[in-house]
Design a protein around this ligand. Sequence first.
Ligand code: F3S
Length: 79
Amino acid sequence: AFIITDPCIGVKDASCVEVCPVDCIHTTDEADQYYIDPEVCIDCGACQPECPVSAIYEEDEVPEEFQASIKRNADFFKQ
Ligand code: F3S
């Protein structure tokens, strides 16, 4: 699945949400970023080029400094 990382924090541009064909990108009023539901994401990659702050990566390509985003994403969908 794709992971949304730190650059999304406080930006929440949501351009990614508009292009997602399976509506798997979610947030809440309390959350400071959007998250991609790994159970629903079909790995199409449509969201990645849409993000103006380049926050979206394939899970195995998440840069070292954004590794914490992977767990944060998983935790969001456990709630
Ligand atoms: Fe965030 Fe970029 Fe989407 S800022 S909401 S990942 S378009």
